[in-house]
Design a protein around this ligand. Sequence first.
Ligand code: ARG
Length: 575
Amino acid sequence: MKLHQTVAQVVEAAFLQAGLDNDAILLQPAGKPEFGDYQVNGVMGAAKRRKTNPRELAVQVTALLQENTDVIASAEVAGPGFINLRLNAAFLNQHLQAALADEHLGIATVAAPQTIVIDYSSPNLAKEMHVGHLRSTIIGDSLNRVLSYLGHKVIAQNHVGDWGTQFGMLVAYLVEQQKTGDADMALSDLEEFYRNAKVRFDEDAEFADTARDYVVKLQSGDEQVLDLWRHFVASSMQHAEEVYARLGVLLTPDDVIGESFYNDDLQPVVDDLMARGLAVESNGAKVVFLPEFKNKEGEDAAYIIQKADGGYLYSTTDLAAIRHSVEGFKADRLLYVVDARQALHFQQLFTTARKAGYLPANVTAEHIAFGTMMGEDGKPFKTRDGGTVKLMDLLKEAEERATTLVQSKNADLAQDEAVHIGHTVGIGAVKYADLAKSRTSDYIFNWATMLSFEGNTAPYLQYAYTRVQSVLRKAAEQNVLAGDIHVTEAAEQQLALALLQFEDVLTQVADSAYPHHLAAYLYHVATLFSRFYEQCPILKAEPAVMASRLSLATLTGNTLKQGLDLLGIDVLQMM
Ligand code: ARG
């Protein structure tokens, strides 16, 4: 349900009745539960504008609020003119009941669904996926899940780097390897493949010439070289698919539209921007100069779209891709989940695309920037000898560590059971540690913290879920049934209130594209459940109370499960 909006409407009506028409009500969840459920801060501003006494005005609004007994249990003036609200228990009960009865947890789908293109993961296929691709892949995936859940049409775009000069070198090396008969072996470690190809390229002038020749052949559509390129790309893509499968992300091969796809659109884009006078020739290159962005010298920063040798750039492909999303997919909103260090590229891209008319005013484009994953030393995460960490290795290590951990907590676990739990907890921990932080900040990657069963971690939340399930299992064994919800105790009331805020939080994530709001919410719910569990006996309560508490526990479990799923994290029945 839209709890915030529902309460806001009640407050707005009271403001209107009190003659405060154009004043913001400034409704927010109460800072402390002792104060109530919500707080209205708008009276002070309204009083100031009218040069009246804020407390008197607050008393007047409060009296009006109290008349709405359907929603409001109590309204009290506090401090210089705040109003603290407590919601009516019957109102909460009714909406909890509705959420419990609904597969979609009482969450409406949006009235006006948008077509939203999310560009995420998007690794360069010349190399193996490394930790740098983790954030884009899981943040994008979570946004995909949340926006889809709310009823939007999401089109995932895996804009893989599968084109460009380095592919000439890679194809040349592939041909060499095929001659020695070890091509498949060589391709099994892409990092090494790339390194070896680069060594050949730097050492051997003839090899380098062949590589350059292949670039030309690729661009002119030579079928034989294209076949080799396809072979390389497919093998690299298969590696990415393995990472996706282990991570459990939604991306499928159908979502891949690589840079190569736009090859034929690049010259038309350059020509069009020249014709519009947006791009000009500068030292032989075609460049867009935008007065909005200055370089260090204070001049308009250059956005190069074609090099002097005729080659195209990242920028050219992204301009073509925008046209494709807007014209082809009829997108209303474009989200690019890409490292914050590419901020200037996206600003120049969006500004150029707006001026060229590729990005009409009714389509929004957002760079969903994220910070860097750091090691304990506060520097970008690396292997001990300073190399890049392969994403696959990181995920395997997470699973191994989690498996050892669950085995240490429960020695009776069968091996396959332990491995399954280890996978779910390990992958969940890596994802959650990332998604729980505000995406724009850098964060320090720490195994001990993310795998802890205490604090704001995946294991804590997954464990909270199993606790709910264990209560429900016991209830089933004892043949007791859940029933009508009647919240009375403070701990129940706070949990109930939080459960009804799920839609508000999802809407916030959808609008802001910051998944950490959802993580914080789930942690809040789990903490409140834990308090409820300690303070309100469930299976020892008298029948009506027990039935109500079982329902509350069920809804908590459903909410945790759904919420974690929207972060791309699985739950377990026991752990
Ligand atoms: N392949 C790029 C990289 O690894 C990311 C691509 C992001 N998407 C885009 N449309 N520019 O940095």
